[in-house]
Write a protein that binds this ligand. Sequence first.
Ligand SMILES: Nc1nc2c(ncn2[C@@H]2O[C@H](COP(=O)(O)OP(=O)(O)OP(=O)(O)O)[C@@H](O)[C@H]2O)c(=O)[nH]1
Ligand SMILES: [Mg+2]
Length: 225
Amino acid sequence: MVEAVAITPKTEEGSEKDSSAGTEPSQSELLFKVVIIGESGVGKSCLLYRATSGSFRETYEVTIGAAFGSFTSRCNGRPVKLQIWDTAGQENFRSMVHVFYKGAHTVILVYDITRRDSFERLEDWLTEIMENASAGAKVALVGSQKDREDMREVATEVGEAFARKHGLAAFLETSAKTGEGITELFEQIVSLLCADRGTAVAPTKKKKRLVKGKKGKRAAGGKCC
Ligand SMILES: Nc1nc2c(ncn2[C@@H]2O[C@H](COP(=O)(O)OP(=O)(O)OP(=O)(O)O)[C@@H](O)[C@H]2O)c(=O)[nH]1
Ligand SMILES: [Mg+2]
């Protein structure tokens, strides 16, 4: 079983210290693994870049293999870090990508709201998740490039219905360009993982069911299924 890793802060001498400067009991950091997948060019790297740097990258730099970033927050006052792996969407760079699913607590599946083709591939991506991700891993569906409303090919309701039909844990539309929905997405993932703490994910096995979100419940600040 793969559980959230708790990291206890150390002093410079290497002994454990109270991270809350003596006002609260010592709280070690919880570490969760998140993987971003989806068609090439949908905006996975820009999503991560916006979340980690707060800015937008206009130029398209194809991801080769994978890239890494982190997002920090708190869970009931306890520090939480999401260790985020951004994977390559291009077929020729995907041979090693299954490795990144190992032990992931959440998979962010991205399509571009201006590209119908990227939405139509979602079923294939779900199959890949079922074959490679750990049992218990949550799936968050993201419709990216929301700022390009005039080019929209996938209605919000269609994305929402897909997420509901497949029992996905969250659905959000985001824009890496304006920043809309980005912090909300990662905070929603932290909330889901935080609420579920103690439900460990099992090692990767072939063909198992995805974990569903709480039925009918809307996660704070975002759409849910
Ligand atoms: N307008 C707009 N453009 C975006 C947005 N997100 C990404 N882009 C653009 O889309 C292109 C591809 O973005 P990437 O994030 O590199 O795409 P990717 O999914 O990582 O692609 P691969 O690495 O090949 O899998 C870039 O030119 C980005 O500037 C967005 O939210 N709004
Ligand atoms: Mg990329």
